[in-house]
Design a protein around this ligand. Structure first.
Ligand code: NAP
Length: 360
């Protein structure tokens, strides 16, 4: 039976009327375009400068979004004194270099997911930001969406009881194309670094840091992971199953099962508009009321970051740098397991014990 219950209010930062930052963008591609569009449409945050490797592309982006300053290099962008925070929207193998450039210039950074392509590189970025005293945050935008903050409150308040199991899938198909970065190992290709980062983040969010994990899957002939399933056990013995694919659409209907209640997403967990809380036969439905759907939701993380800077924080309190390192370590382990033979038709992956070195 579907019933109504009073859910906690979303713990999101107001999009208007709060702290306002002046943003600079590195890498004016697809996601930078969507990010800037939603910031300008739905918040007080303003992109005041863009940096591209090409002056023409910077100028075109600036004209499209009404951005006052267009720089023909990333060095010029980070040196711009009107910029408070730099959004790193280049491809993931370039995140570390570009984020370090901004940190060295004393700027806060919001770094697109995955923050870098390995736990070692994410640790290096975290160390540089901490040494410089600037805020660094992975753009794990899902964590800042209203629905996710409600689930976080339910988990923290023990409404589900002890979390025992999370299952989560995330994948969308890419047409095989050698020129597409998704199929190029040097360009950070593969499902795990692209969509999979969301699933591995969700597993950590719902069950805690993984202690052991095992991954099986398929890889392309160039060594790029095409599909995988990871089973992990976290410190508190909760388990997670994370599937990711770049050869199929998967529904993204995550489940978090606890000893008292279960949350079942009724919409894609990356940008949820609804989920149901099940107590036995009763289902209570939570529904998004902001009206911001899909990538319009990128704006919530920007408002949150502005609040953190205003409060003098140098890390996100809900997705810390250690969390980003932990997610990167989980991706490292999954990719290493596939390298170990999981992609071969005859091979199941070895079980890879993964110590989450980000956890003190
Ligand atoms: N949060 C989300 O929902 C979401 C969605 C899509 C992508 N992403 C992430 O955002 C990042 C960018 O993805 P995208 O789809 O926006 O990529 P994209 O359209 O290819 O744009 C990336 C931009 O980075 C710059 N760039 C710098 N070095 C580059 C290099 N070596 N090769 C190619 N471009 C380079 C380019 O701009 P200039 O040359 O003009 O400087 C390019 O336009 C990725 O890490 C991806 O995982 C996040």
């Amino acid at each position: 039976m579907t019933t109504t219950m009073t859910f906690p209010e979303p713990e999101v930062e107001a999009l208007r009327g709060g702290p306002r930052l002046r943003w600079g963008v590195i890498g004016p591609g697809e996601i930078a375009n969507d990010f800037t569009t939603t910031l300008h449409a739905h918040s007080d945050q303003r992109v005041v400068a863009v940096g591209s490797r090409s002056p023409e592309r910077a100028a075109a982006f600036a004209a499209r979004h009404g951005v006052p300053a267009a720089h023909g290099s990333y060095e010029a962008l980070v040196a711009d004194p009107t910029v408070d925070v730099v959004y790193i929207a280049s491809p993931h193998p370039q995140h570390l270099e570009h984020a370090l450039l901004a940190v060295a210039a004393g700027k806060h950074v919001l770094v697109e997911k995955p923050m870098t392509t390995s736990a070692a590189d994410t640790r290096a970025l975290a160390a540089a930001a901490r040494a410089a005293g600037v805020l660094a945050m992975e753009a794990m935008w899902t964590r800042y969406l209203p629905g996710t903050t409600v689930l976080a409150r339910l988990l923290a308040d023990g409404v589900l009881g002890d979390v025992r199991l999370a299952t989560v899938d995330v994948g969308w198909p890419h047409r095989p194309d050698p020129a597409d970065r998704m199929f190029d190992p040097v360009a950070g290709g593969g499902a795990l670094l692209d969509a999979g980062v969301y699933g591995h983040w969700f597993a950590r969010f719902a069950t805690g840091a993984p202690v052991t994990s095992s991954t099986t899957g398929t890889v392309s002939d160039r060594g790029v992971d095409l599909q995988s399933v990871t089973v992990s056990t976290a410190t508190g013995s909760a388990q997670a199953v994370v599937s990711t694919s770049m050869t199929a659409w998967t529904p993204g209907l995550a489940v978090v099962a606890g000893s008292r209640a279960t949350v079942r997403y009724t919409d894609h967990f990356v940008f949820p508009a609804s989920f149901a809380l099940h107590h036995g036969a009763d289902a209570h439905v939570w529904e998004e009321r902001s009206g911001l759907r899909g990538r319009a939701g990128l704006v919530w993380q920007a408002a949150a970051l502005a609040r953190y800077v205003s409060d003098g924080r140098t890390e996100s309190p809900v997705h810390s740098l250690d969390d980003a390192i932990g997610v990167a370590a989980a991706l490292d382990a999954a990719r290493a397991a596939l390298d170990g033979g999981a992609g071969r038709p005859d091979g199941a992956s070895p079980s890879v014990p993964e110590r989450d070195t980000s956890t003190p």
